[in-house]
Design a protein around this ligand. Structure first.
Ligand SMILES: Cc1cc2nc3c(=O)[nH]c(=O)nc-3n(C[C@H](O)[C@H](O)[C@H](O)COP(=O)(O)OP(=O)(O)OC[C@H]3O[C@@H](n4cnc5c(N)ncnc54)[C@H](O)[C@@H]3O)c2cc1C
Length: 230
């Protein structure tokens, strides 16, 4: 049974109480299956978990952004509290174990922020002190997932360095940059520091260009983990 929480004009969090909780790691996803009139078989899509497995892994928050013209995401964004959803998982190797010592870089665009939020929430629970840069790319500030919670966490925890790249609102004063994440943004944010781990999530083109920029800046490909939402 889902609780529905508005995240943005085109996005929700679906909070689910799992009937058979198996535990998950930050960064993993579940497959959601739904019957739709247009198809004979249930349609299945992947959605990442935005919540932390600590303290309660039996409750998962899935963050869903509506893809216009899509089969499943508009239906999920239109979900009402109390409706039931079939999920299977967790899956995926884009994971944060909690042992990530040293500086960490997280870069997410659009709904790509969802698994990164699970990592940040988990790091808060574990009492992290090493720096974490979280670079969020969104069309407008109001489209950025978790913007209020993240602003509060960044105020509270010096290790969390929050950066907003706002791509379609040049007047937005809360933006750190009014463009996409590029090599200059990464270089300015990181300064002389090179992350011990980097996690990149979102549209394939963004993930690939940020990974290439990081390698140009001297980050070893082996420490860069990617999740592409194709
Ligand atoms: C590992 C993983 C994790 C993910 N996590 C998340 C997450 O946390 N949050 C999230 O919001 N998304 C996530 N996604 C993306 C998600 O799984 C879906 O791909 C997304 O929601 C779109 O699904 P849909 O059914 O709405 O769209 P689809 O029906 O799959 O359509 C996608 C696009 O293709 C177009 N299209 C469809 N059919 C046609 C056609 N015949 N001709 C031309 N164009 C067509 C649609 O208009 C739409 O623009 C994740 C993906 C992966 C792989």
């Amino acid at each position: 049974m889902a609780d529905v929480i508005d995240e943005a004009p085109d996005a929700v969090t679906l909070r689910l109480q799992l009937e058979e909780p198996g535990g998950f790691l930050p960064g993993q996803y579940y497959n959601v299956r739904l019957e739709v009139a247009e198809r004979q078989r249930p349609v299945q899509r992947a959605y990442s978990v935005g919540s932390s497995p600590v303290p309660d892994p039996s409750v998962i928050d899935l963050g869903v952004r509506e893809v216009p013209g899509g089969l499943l995401s508009p239906r999920l964004v239109g979900f009402r509290t109390g409706q039931c959803l079939e999920v299977r998982g967790p899956y995926g190797r884009f994971t944060w174990t909690g042992e990530e010592a040293g500086p960490v870089l997280l870069v997410g665009a659009g709904s790509g922020l969802v698994p990164l939020m699970s990592m940040v929430r988990h790091a808060v629970h574990r009492g992290r002190s090493d720096p974490v840069w979280l670079i969020c790319s969104a069309a407008t500030y109001d489209h950025a997932f978790y913007r209020d919670e993240l602003a509060g966490l960044a105020d509270m925890h010096r290790w969390l360095r929050l950066v907003h790249c706002i791509t379609r609102d040049p007047t937005e004063e809360r933006a750190d940059y009014h463009r996409r994440v590029d090599k200059a943004v990464l270089s300015e944010c990181l300064g002389e520091t090179r992350p011990a781990r980097a996690y990149l999530c979102g549209p394939p083109a963004m993930v690939e260009s940020v990974a290439a920029a990081l390698v140009d800046l001297g980050v070893g490909p082996a420490v860069i983990a990617t999740e592409k939402y194709d």
